[in-house]
Design a protein around this ligand. Structure first.
Ligand SMILES: *Cc1c(COP(=O)(O)O)cnc(C)c1O
Length: 381
């Protein structure tokens, strides 16, 4: 199968010789026009019409009432956690299978991640495991949820929509509501993916997106905070712009703020990319369909979009039979110019997070041993 796979990927991308990366950006729209316009306007930094335009476009696209552009997705997550009221020495529930940024952002607030397993169908936080964890290990008192053994407050829950596939976000939010835990959706990978017709990122109290170079659309580096809460929306804008009190000339600040505002230059590129998002997703979904048909003839499961969902199929993935075969596949494909990659090392195994509270991790461990991401860029031929 390995040799047929290599040929299949080369045929899909119309590339018989060149190295085929996992996910490369496509600049096929107004990118240069808008970036040049931003340069000509002299507004290249944190103020400018493209920042506003990009935020308005994201509001229209996702249906969120407030959208605040940030320098990257990690900064967006950091701000989201502050908005949710996360503080030093508190706990934030998240999943062990995610990019490091999710747990890093939690750490920036002084809180610690607390890991609950993933669901095999979504590869995202499992509502069933979360329900068991909350009922067995936490206590609710005066509108707050506490981890019973440590007495620490559980300040938020951060599910991540893995590889663009929507989590069972409705069930997660409902469950967290019962326990008075605000939900922050790390939708860095899932812009344009929907759960029951609604955009991922808009179910929780706050959602965040990333526009890093390897994401479905990119502006070099960039992120976005979205929320339907007016107070939080305004606070997000304030905190990302050094918490400067608006005034014609006075320089006054009323919080410890952050220099997290997206530059206009990047926003110009982002507007051009967002104009193409639906086309990119259609293209990626067609590739996923072709992969699915290919792998249906093999013994390797292809990761499909979960029930009730439409995925942007940011990164396609398959499961090998075991870790040894996974490594053989990685070696075979990468040495033949087809970039493939294992899942992230589980966050619970990294030295910074190995001491953190965790529940049963059996599904995450199973997936970590077997999953491989395969080339998923938008095809131009
Ligand atoms: C990409 C990503 C981020 C962070 O995005 P940056 O823009 O690179 O800071 C956060 N979480 C997840 C799951 C991601 O994949």
């Amino acid at each position: 199968m390995f040799d047929q796979f290599v040929q299949f990927v080369r045929d899909q991308f119309g590339e018989q010789e060149r190295f085929i990366p996992l996910h490369e950006p496509r600049f096929t729209g107004n990118e240069k026009k808008y970036v040049n316009d931003a340069i000509d306007s002299t507004f290249v930094s944190s103020v400018g019409k493209y920042v506003d335009r990009f935020e308005n476009m994201i509001r229209a696209y996702t249906g969120a009432s407030y959208a605040i552009a940030t320098v990257n997705g990690t900064a967006a997550l950091h701000i989201a956690l502050i908005l949710a009221g996360v503080k030093r020495d508190e706990l934030v529930i998240t999943q062990p299978l995610s990019f490091i940024a999710t747990s890093n952002a939690i750490s920036y607030t002084g809180a610690e991640p607390c890991f609950v397993d993933i669901d095999p169908a979504t590869l995202s936080l499992s509502p069933e495991k979360l329900a068991v964890f909350l009922s067995e290990q936490t206590t609710v008192s005066e509108g707050n949820c506490y981890h019973t053994a440590s007495g620490k407050r559980i300040a938020a829950c951060v599910p991540m929509h893995t590889f663009g596939h929507p989590a069972e976000i409705d069930a997660i939010v409902q469950l967290c509501n019962t326990y008075h835990i605000p939900v922050i959706e790390d939708a860095a990978e899932s812009l344009g993916s929907t759960y029951q017709g609604r955009q991922t990122g808009t179910f929780g109290l706050v959602g965040t997106y990333s526009f890093n170079g390897n994401k479905t659309i990119t502006c070099g580096g960039g992120g976005m905070v979205v929320t339907n809460d007016e107070t939080l929306g305004k606070l997000a804008k304030h905190l990302t712009t050094q918490a400067k009190v608006p005034h014609k000339w006075a320089f006054d600040h009323d919080y410890i703020g952050y220099n997290y505002r997206l530059p206009n230059l990047n926003a110009a590129m982002a507007c051009a990319q967002l104009e193409q998002l639906d086309g990119f997703i259609a293209n990626k979904r067609e590739l996923a369909r072709l992969y699915e048909a290919f792998f249906a003839t093999t013994s390797y499961p292809f990761i499909r979009e979960p029930a009730r969902s439409q995925s942007n199929y940011w990164l396609n993935a398959i499961l090998l039979h075991d870790r040894r075969e996974r490594d053989e596949f990685l070696e075979y494909t990468n040495s033949r110019g087809i970039m493939t990659r294992p899942a992230w090392t589980l966050l619970t195994k990294l030295p910074m997070f190995s001491h953190c509270l965790r529940d049963d991790m059996s599904v995450a461990e199973y997936i970590e041993d077997r999953l491989v991401n395969i080339p998923s860029s938008v095809r131009t031929t």
